[in-house]
Design a protein around this ligand. Structure first.
Ligand code: FES
Length: 353
């Protein structure tokens, strides 16, 4: 069992130290120990978790991870989310002084599929039930390992470990141990295909979380949520979270959802769910494919083109949450900041690739 696997001592050079087991990554061990290491995707894509190894040896789960440029590699940089210690190590990590007070410490638990529902042709809602309370903030994500997923090629101890993927929760934290996800089939995706097509009631899924910074803030502001593709789940959670709050009756929500074709559209049920509890909620769904025969009468085009000062009143004073493909996220952020003058402090997203 995991208890017999070696653990290594990690010191951060500024006086902090923690243990990292050989089945954990440097990033996760740091977070579990309360060291607020900088990160976004936890999956090797964003490059936010770069660090320098001062002494010791680290195994790289994915040596070709997109988050490292050739220049980073020449300078000896590594990704904390892809590094597993092989010895005791000293590292220079980017980290805040304390773990955020409102965050739950990420932990690993085994859940079972207790409910499945098809939202569209390629989007499946899956509810897992795991022991203990499901503690997370609306908008956060977990790393899931599903049965039948290909074995991760980079396992340092040779132990079979399934490929993990980051998925955001769509429900709210609860005492019943319910973790709900909305997972979209990615063409050629090794894990999402299994979730959408093969997972069944009773199947076991490992849940490691919560992670992520793009969670619902306690700012008392009206909000805009922008979701594309697989980004629906965290935005549904954020909207549900806001609707639970004491000041919800005063809050306005503008919900933007972008998909390729009319059959991708499914956000209305989540908007209707909160309609009676907030001052106002508007849904704008846009189709990006230009197919005049698809019967779509709503807006077409990319979602960033639809957001403006005259479509969202008080835009500059809103909290704006974004989740979806990196191209969409980048386009929305660029427009908000460069064209519309929205402060980056008001824009919340975690980048996935
Ligand atoms: Fe490690 Fe994104 S690359 S957190």
């Amino acid at each position: 069992g995991a208890a017999t696997l070696p653990t290594h001592a990690i010191s951060t050079g500024d006086g902090r130290s923690f243990e990292c087991g050989s089945t954990d990554t440097l990033l996760r061990a740091a977070l579990r120990a309360g060291v607020a290491a900088t990160y976004e995707c936890n999956s090797g894509g964003c490059g936010t978790c770069k660090f320098t190894l001062t002494s010791g040896e680290m195994h790289q789960l994915d040596p070709d991870a997109a988050g490292l440029t050739p220049r980073d590699k020449r300078k000896g940089k590594m990704l904390a989310c892809q590094s597993v210690p092989l010895t005791d190590c000293e590292v220079a990590l980017q980290a805040g002084d304390a773990w955020f007070a409102d965050q739950s410490t990420p932990g690993v638990r085994s859940g079972r599929v207790t409910r499945v529902r098809h939202l569209t042709h390629d989007l499946r809602e899956m509810t897992l039930t795991a022991p203990g309370a499901a503690e997370f903030l609306p908008g956060q994500f977990a790393m899931l390992t599903v049965p039948g997923a290909p074995i991760h090629r980079g396992s340092p101890d040779g132990a079979p470990r399934g490929l993990e993927r980051a998925y955001s929760m769509s429900n709210l934290p609860n005492d019943d141990g319910q973790w709900q996800f909305q997972i979209k089939r990615v063409p050629g995706g090794a894990v999402s295909g299994i979730v959408v097509d093969d997972l069944d009631i009773g199947d076991e899924v490992l849940i490691d979380g919560p992670y992520g910074h793009a969670h619902l803030k306690d700012s008392g502001r009206d909000i805009v949520v922008v979701a594309g593709g697989s980004g629906l789940a965290p935005m549904v959670s954020v909207v549900r979270g806001l609707a639970e709050r004491a000041d919800a009756v005063d809050r306005r929500i503008d919900f933007y959802y972008g998909g390729r074709t009319p059959v991708d559209m499914c956000a209305i049920e989540f908007v209707d769910e909160v309609r009676d509890r907030v001052a106002r909620v508007e849904l704008v769904e846009a189709v990006s494919m230009d197919d005049a025969d698809d019967g779509w009468t709503g807006p077409r085009g990319f979602i960033h083109a639809l957001i403006d000062h005259d479509t969202v009143d008080g835009l500059a004073d809103r909290d704006i949450y974004i989740a979806g493909p990196p191209m969409m996220t980048d386009a929305v952020v660029r427009k908000l900041v460069l064209e519309l003058g929205v402060s980056t402090d008001n824009i919340h997203y975690d980048r996935f690739f």
